[in-house]
Design a protein around this ligand. Structure first.
Ligand code: 3H9
Length: 683
């Protein structure tokens, strides 16, 4: 096998080049090659200095994540990095693309760094539940200062080459197209000088910043192990000699590496990329062009959907039925953009450019030249079919016709047209311009190129897209349903909304089932007849308890929307429980998990069994990006694997009577439990 590392001597300078697509990850072959190159540097007297560079789109983007959890192969990255740093001859890193994680650590081991203006430098390990474990936490504070190092390590966010140059992390900005030449010229100026080793530099900056920064970000870091470990290592850089700091870093890295959080976060890293792949469709299938988009409905959803395309530079025609609704919708889009501009996210001229791409209209006929038309009208089958019938007459041949339905049967909607192959669902999540998830619903007749085009468009507008089959609620909302039903039953049996919500928030969800109902609106889907009271929801709605928007729902809210338990709600719950003859009892937190989260796993298993999701990891992506499932728990199916299918099955079987006759145990779950098998691949 040829090595991904090649060397060339140019006038006394050893040029060490890595060519390991796609991102020059520092896998075993790269490390072996670099190690040999350093031997060449040291042993050849004709060589006076070296430049380390990469071919392709980026400098080393980090350690090879696919090697984690497998038996280590020498030289280990920390060993290699020490060797580079120890070189008696000057070594210069030539950085383009993204120098990330182990890549930046390699650059920090080089004695000097040259980068193109477009380069980005960062240590994103924390996003994988890790820390820069090849000396990054000890060298970065010495080179860039404690404050910036703490921030970069704990957030994982990269910095620009310009910023890196300001703080001394980059020594020279090269011409965008002349990186190698500039790096060689720079290396030449260092011939004969003693190498500047990061490990020998004093730590710069104020260590008190670390505690302040941790306190400021306490909410963001809640539940995650890695940010605190990163900060502890940066603190060690201040307090300990270099070698002791490195030993501490190693110990903390190993703890994280073999913990469940990093496994979960690495699972999601690959799951997100895997979700973009459609089983059975060639990756190079010809896509339909999407240069112009139509959106029907200028309400919250339609407006949010339109914003995605405007931000990606794609013109949008937005259609409403009445002028005032259209004006309101366009007004909201502008208001949102102006608010973002005020926060510095856009320049005022960018806002004008985006608004300039928007064409408001009162007639569907104006969608005739659109390549993709997304309907976001009232969630009712007859209304949707009427719209699709009209679109069938108006849209140009080959246009993709999409419904933003969150529950309805996309196959039935498609029957309103004579071109079911062009129809699919694009289920955006609210607020549609913010939420990353897009469920792409594949109808029975949806053409492969239509599906592939939708996935490509999703990527273009910055969404994480997951393919779902047709069923009630697709992947996400279908799994939400058993959770909500069981949470409601538990209220009858003696739990309180606050207790159930707390269990979910402690689990890591952004909010519990009742906080979610109050935020979304308890009245969603309510029949709107206050005299017809058949269940708790009807009773709440009849009393105007529609959620946060009316100041009361499952909770009472003060003027700052702070919730408190409601005596009125408790009375309603007690009355319904008495009527049904349900005895109240103590409900444990463990039972809340078994009754509300285990049924979600069961539903996920049914979804897999029925082929609604392509793979278990897709379900995890839906829940991470659409519902705020804590990423350190890896999504419901990865979490199920940690918990054990047998434990989940046993937990569910305990409560079969409570679940009632409509509950269906998944055969797949039973099979996994019997075989002690997993839904997802081990990370
Ligand atoms: C680390 O360095 C630990 C050390 O501190 C300590 C060690 C002791 N390894 O994202 P893309 C694959 S931890 C293996 O679609 P983009 C990726 O799966 C590492 N594979 O491209 C995908 O494969 P496929 C710290 C990797 O242009 C393909 O490359 N570094 C790795 O949108 C293309 O990826 C990080 O966390 C990897 N490190 O974005 C950086 N990285 O085609 C992680 C990518 O089969 N990577 N792949 O689906 C990234 O953030 C982005 O990939 C990057 C490019 C910004 C580089």
């Amino acid at each position: 096998m040829t090595s991904p590392i090649s060397t060339e001597i140019r006038d006394g300078i050893l040029i060490i080049t890595s060519n390991n697509p796609p991102v020059n990850a520092l896998g075993a072959a790269v490390r072996v090659g670099l190690d040999a190159a350093i031997t060449e540097l040291e042993s050849n007297d004709a060589i006076q200095a070296a430049v380390i560079r990469c071919e392709g789109r980026t400098f080393f983007a980090g350690a090879d994540i696919t090697e984690f959890g497998k038996p280590p192969v020498e030289p280990l990255l920390p060993q290699l990095i020490d060797r580079i740093e120890a070189s008696a001859k000057p070594v210069v890193a030539a950085i383009h693309g993204t120098a990330l994680g182990g890549g930046l650590e390699t650059a920090l081991a080089c004695h000097w760094r040259v980068a193109v203006p477009s380069a980005k430098l960062g240590v994103p390990e924390v996003k994988l539940g890790l820390l820069p474990g090849a000396g990054g936490t000890q060298r970065l504070p010495r080179v860039a200062g404690v404050e910036l190092a703490a921030e970069m390590c704990a957030t994982g966010n990269p910095i620009s080459a310009k910023k890196a140059a300001e703080v001394g992390l980059v020594d020279q900005i090269a011409g965008e197209d002349r990186l190698l030449d500039d790096a060689i010229a720079f290396a030449r100026t260092k011939i004969g000088t003693a190498p500047r080793r990061s490990r020998d530099l004093p730590v710069k900056g104020d260590p008190a910043f670390i505690d302040t920064f941790a306190a400021q970000n306490a909410k963001k870091f809640k539940g995650f192990d890695a940010p605190a470990a990163n900060l502890a290592c940066v603190r060690a850089a201040v307090e300990k000699p270099f070698d002791d700091g490195i030993a501490f870093e190693r110990q903390e890295f190993m703890k994280l590496m073999f913990g469940s959080q990093s496994a979960a976060m690495r699972h999601i890293f690959f799951a997100e990329r895997q979700a973009a792949k459609i089983d059975g469709i060639a990756e190079d299938i010809a896509l339909r062009p999407v240069a112009k988009v139509g959106v029907i409905g200028a309400g919250t959803m339609g407006g949010g959907i339109a914003m995605n395309f405007l931000q990606a530079g794609i013109p949008v025609t937005i259609v409403e039925q009445a002028q005032d609704a259209l004006d309101r919708g366009v007004g909201v889009i502008r208001k949102n953009y102006d608010a973002s501009a005020a926060k510095g996210r856009f320049k005022p001229e960018q806002v004008e450019a985006m608004m300039g791409l928007l064409t408001p209209s009162l007639t569907l006929e104006d969608l005739a030249d659109c390549d993709l038309i997304i309907e976001a009208v009232f969630e009712n089958m007859d209304v949707k079919k009427d719209v699709f019938g009209k679109l069938d007459r108006i849209a140009k041949p080959g246009a993709i016709l999409a419904s933003n339905t969150s529950y309805l049967d996309v196959n039935e909607i498609a029957t309103a047209t004579g071109r079911a192959g062009d129809v699919l669902g694009l289920h955006f999540f609210s607020p549609a311009n913010v939420m990353k998830l897009l469920e792409v619903v594949r109808g029975a007749e949806t053409a492969p190129d239509v599906l592939a085009t939708a996935m490509a468009v999703a990527k273009k507008i910055g969404k994480v897209a997951v393919v779902a089959g047709v069923c009630d609620g697709f992947i996400g909302n279908r799994m939400l349903k058993p959770r909500q039903i069981e949470a409601m039953k538990l209220l009858m049996e003696g739990a309180t909304p606050a207790q159930i919500d707390k269990v979910h928030v402690d689990f890591g969800m952004p909010m519990g089932p009742f906080q979610m109902s109050d935020l979304a609106g308890v009245d969603i889907g309510w029949h709107r007849d206050p005299s017809r009271i058949e269940n708790v929801r009807d009773a709440l709605c009849a009393k105007g308890r529609w959620g946060q928007k009316t100041g009361k729902g499952f909770y009472d809210y003060d003027e700052n929307r702070r919730p408190s338990p409601s005596a009125e709600v408790q009375e309603i719950l007690d009355a319904f429980a008495a009527q049904a003859g349900t005895a109240k009892r103590e409900i444990s937190d463990a039972e809340i998990i078994e009754r509300t989260i285990y049924p979600m796993v069961n539903e996920g298993a049914l979804i897999l069994e029925e082929g609604i999701a392509q793979r278990a990891s897709d379900i995890d992506v839906v829940w991470i990006y659409g519902y705020g499932w804590p990423v350190y728990r890896g999504g419901p199916m990865f979490w199920a694997d940690l918990e054990g299918a047998d434990k989940i099955l046993a937990g569910l079987e305990k409560h079969l009577a409570a679940f009632g006759p409509e509950f269906r145990l998944s055969t797949l779950l039973k099979d996994k439990a019997a075989a002690k098998g997993r839904f997802t691949r081990p990370a």
